[in-house]
Design a protein around this ligand. Sequence first.
Ligand SMILES: [Mg+2]
Length: 257
Amino acid sequence: MKTKPLLIFDLDGVIIDGMDEYWHSSRQACINLLGGELNNYLTNEIPEAFKYLRPWVQHGWEMVLITAELTRPESYLISEGWKKFAKHYSERCKEALEIWQWHPRQIQQVLDKVRTDQINKNLNAWLAKHECFSGIPDRINELQKEENDIAILTTKGAEFTGRLLKLFQIKSNLLYGHESGSKIDVLTQISQDRTILGFIEDRRATLEKVLKTPGLNSIPCFLASWGYLKPNDSKNLPQGIYLLEQKTFTRPLANWN
Ligand SMILES: [Mg+2]
């Protein structure tokens, strides 16, 4: 049987706005890791630093690390501020991991467990912490009806992604969470036997990596303008990456670039 062409979507920052949930779960993961009384540092209100740094985050565990750094008065994040932290984001995260003596896999497991516990305890309360970007689920379902297959490719766990897709009634044909490997590895594997019409993502660095990867550089890459973008992300895009506005997204696929 002939397979349909594929459109691949990132989840967070493209389909889902889960800022409330990111903070709530990262805060709880941090409390579970550190124990003790952290309420002075970690209020229910989302700190500006956490919101500002979201576009730099590639994996969920980084949000837990940022949260932990907010509890450490001598951390770079507190002493120098979030804008300076963002300028040297990966180095600062590496240093923080060493200071806390944490491993990314370990923190990711704690975050995933916090999410599983919430789902088991009160699924609806967990789901209610997410919103979808207006009109996006409907448009994805339309694109599927137009004889495309839809894949979701995310660094979130597959279980949580599946719950959210169900909540927002998005019909995806394929789903790849962080358990499936890096986005580049998954794209490489998919591209062996499928035609990829587009990869829609809000992390510019990921799209740039796709373009630099042999065998993937012909995938049309779209930067979702409505997502979690850094201040200059939409400027001077390299050839092969197109800025996708919500208005353009409603138009036929052939008009996106
Ligand atoms: Mg994203």
